[in-house]
Design a protein around this ligand. Structure first.
Ligand code: AMP
Length: 217
């Protein structure tokens, strides 16, 4: 296999970015930079700022660029044995893209692959209505595909229980999709010819194969 390229995954909520990331990390050793997870860690800390963040997440709005850029630069400055980064849910705005890809990262933007998983709103809503997340390992399942329900023990880690995400209610998902669609136009312009769009309505395996093709060529 050729040398792998660092990767940015763009896509609306529910497009399967998280699931693809787990495979890319487990199989290929990518270091995942998932701002949603970094923000949820702060929310879980129950600090007063965490409580403010929870309200933002539950409304479907974006957290401030300043805070997100600070989180990402802190994460990137940690010693990483394998600095092959996989950006998941970041950047979400042009400000974030310009900040990190122009100022912080050592790797030139030209070396990145940007995979844009596209999925229409109706499919997003269908998937998110069925989405269950383990409260211990954060693995994501589909209640329909995996025949699972809220409260079941996580089939992957066997330690946590499955629940829906508090920001996965339909009105909030519609808002998240609307914000994504607006901001994503600027990101597609920013990344320009590096962007490859993948149809998110294919099976997980097909999407994964397409990503592999992109990062290996
Ligand atoms: P995610 O887990 O990626 O779906 O993110 C969950 C929520 O965290 C989003 O709806 C936003 O409120 C917030 N969030 C995650 N990443 C970002 C980001 N890069 N910029 C701003 N807000 C973010």
């Amino acid at each position: 296999m050729r040398k792998l390229k660092p990767l940015v995954l763009l896509g609306p909520p529910g497009s399967g970015k998280g699931t693809q990331c787990v495979k890319l990390v487990d199989l290929l050793g990518y270091v995942r930079v998932a701002t949603g997870d970094l923000i949820r860690d702060e929310v879980m800390s129950e600090s007063s700022f965490g409580i403010e963040l929870r309200a933002i997440l539950n409304s479907g709005e974006l957290v401030s660029d300043d805070y997100v850029c600070q989180l990402v630069s802190q994460f990137l400055s940690l010693p990483h044995r394998n600095p092959l980064f996989l950006f998941d849910g970041f950047p979400r705005t042009l400000v974030q893209a310009e900040y990190v890809f122009s100022n912080v990262l050592g790797t030139p933007l030209e070396d990145y692959v940007v995979a844009h998983i596209s999925l229409p709103l109706e499919s997003v809503i269908e998937r998110i209505n069925a989405r269950l997340v383990c409260n211990h390992c954060s693995y994501v399942f589909s209640a329909i595909n995996h025949h699972l329900q809220i409260g079941f023990i996580c089939p992957k880690c066997k330690l946590g229980r499955l629940d829906s995400r508090s920001d996965d209610s339909e009105p909030v998902v519609r808002r998240r999709y609307e914000i994504f669609s607006t901001e994503n136009t600027f990101l597609l312009d920013f990344f320009g010819p590096r962007v490859r769009t993948i149809d998110g309505n294919q099976t997980q395996e097909h999407v994964f194969d397409e990503i592999i093709r992109l990062i290996c060529t």
